[in-house]
Design a protein around this ligand. Structure first.
Ligand SMILES: NC(=O)c1ccc[n+]([C@@H]2O[C@H](COP(=O)([O-])OP(=O)(O)OC[C@H]3O[C@@H](n4cnc5c(N)ncnc54)[C@H](O)[C@@H]3O)[C@@H](O)[C@H]2O)c1
Ligand SMILES: [Zn+2]
Ligand SMILES: [Zn+2]
Length: 389
């Protein structure tokens, strides 16, 4: 089959690779009909994530049709149309039982590597490094889906691929991020980033009772998409974010802050961002955390900072003094997607949201290498790419 493979920093190619096969009776194989590129893939593309190997198949936002079913699978059959969450989870361990699927204790066969880096291993993820399981990803014609009775959600209504595809990651992730905030009715929610995750967080914040949503980025078309979602915006190229947020909240700061940027934040010459840039360039640091630091500095006293943005290693220059003295709550995580699939599918079916609004580019899998570059460099108005294998 054809699959998008990682070969090094800024080097991804569509290669011929062996078709996946059933390796465990709980697996299914799907023929991928639509698969998206995520901001998280850019951290791999830009070389921020360790334990990648040349030839690894990327992609963790797939959907498709079941073509082969392992003997132990009871919920799916050949021909079913499914969306596959990016988190691989067993469904029965301590964490899965608590709905904390991204903490699954069973699904990462390389848990020992992750444990060394993080103390305990999170769940295995599709297409996201050997430390997180070395699972082949879904930017491919076919995908092996482990624990198929637990992850994939069947789509039985006539919704299009693009309307349901983002249940695999960014819709649950934006919703989870907003939920972690503990929004109280009327709260002001500030969101760093206007990428796809932030776009979903904006819509989710409204659903959860926000009174005001302020979104921060510098890419004009992303800011416009945020405004179409009824957010007020700040262009960080044009205004000092802290000053502007204090003006907008009469000096109090936003009640809830969401860092939907993660480890590759731009910082426009602010001292911490310059230091990050120098240190990451010579491998003395793993992350550029300017957005997170800024969110902590801006958040109102006793407010919440929610972090869906992905970080890799030990972030330095963290304003812990500000966080402690202001009594902030920090919450974060890879999304336990499984627990959001059903309720969020119901929201799409009820017409409360149509996540396909975020798609700007639709391309064949063969054009994935160009698509990565266009998405990374924010050329051609690119906000979200859907590939058709
Ligand atoms: N927690 C999870 O489960 C999960 C799931 C999906 C994605 N993510 C992460 O969420 C983050 C966002 O993903 P995405 O797909 O929207 O990515 P993206 O790269 O398309 O968007 C990031 C946006 O942040 C903006 N930005 C950069 N520096 C900024 C700054 N200082 N202030 C404000 N905005 C800034 C960029 O211009 C860009 O528009 C990534 O880190 C991704 O890895 C996490
Ligand atoms: Zn993703
Ligand atoms: Zn589990």
């Amino acid at each position: 089959m054809r699959a998008l493979c990682w070969h090094g920093k800024s080097d991804v190619r569509v290669d011929d690779v062996p078709d996946p096969t059933i390796l465990d009776p709980r697996d299914v194989i799907i023929r991928v009909t639509a698969t998206a590129i995520c901001g998280s893939d850019l951290h791999l593309y830009d070389g921020f994530v360790p334990t990648m190997e040349s030839g690894d198949i990327l992609g963790h936002e797939p959907m498709g049709e079941v073509v082969e079913v392992g003997k132990a699978v009871t919920r799916l059959k050949k021909g079913d149309r499914v969306v596959v969450p990016f988190v691989i989870a067993c469904g029965s361990c301590f964490f899965c039982q608590r709905g904390e699927h991204s903490g699954c204790d069973v699904s990462n066969p390389n848990a020992h590597i992750a444990r060394e880096m993080m103390g305990q291993s999170p769940a295995g993820l599709f297409g996201y490094s050997h430390m997180l399981g070395g699972f082949a990803g879904g930017q491919a014609q076919y995908l092996r889906v482990p624990f198929a009775d637990v992850g994939p959600i069947k789509i039985e209504s006539g919704l299009s691929d693009e309307q349901v595809l983002f249940l695999s990651d960014i819709f649950p992730t934006g919703y989870f991020a907003a939920e972690l905030c503990g929004i109280e009715p009327g709260d002001t929610v500030a969101i760093w980033g206007c990428g796809p995750v932030a776009q979903m967080a904006i819509r989710s914040a409204w659903m959860l009772g926000a009174g005001r949503v302020i979104a921060i980025d510098r890419v004009p078309e992303r800011l416009r998409m945020a405004e179409a979602g009824k957010a007020e915006t700040i262009n960080f190229d044009e205004a000092k974010v802290y000053d502007r947020l204090m003006e907008m909240t009469r000096g109090r700061g936003p009640d809830r802050c969401i860092d939907a940027v993660g480890c590759e934040a731009h910082g426009l010459g602010s001292p911490d961002a310059v230091m990050d840039k120098v240190k990451t360039a010579v491998n003395l640091a793993t992350d550029r955390a300017h957005a997170l630091r800024e969110a902590i500095m801006c958040c109102r006293k006793f407010g919440t900072v929610s972090i869906p943005g992905v970080y890799v290693g030990a972030v330095d220059k963290m304003p812990m003094g500000a966080a402690v003295n202001k009594g902030l709550t920090l919450r974060m995580g890879q999304t336990p997607v499984q627990r959001y699939l059903r309720p969020l599918l119901e929201k799409i079916e009820a017409g409360a949201i149509d996540p396909s609004f975020v798609v700007t580019h639709r391309l064949p899998l063969e054009q994935a290498p160009e698509a990565y570059k266009t998405f990374r460099d924010k050329q051609d108005g690119c906000i979200k790419v859907v590939l058709r294998p």
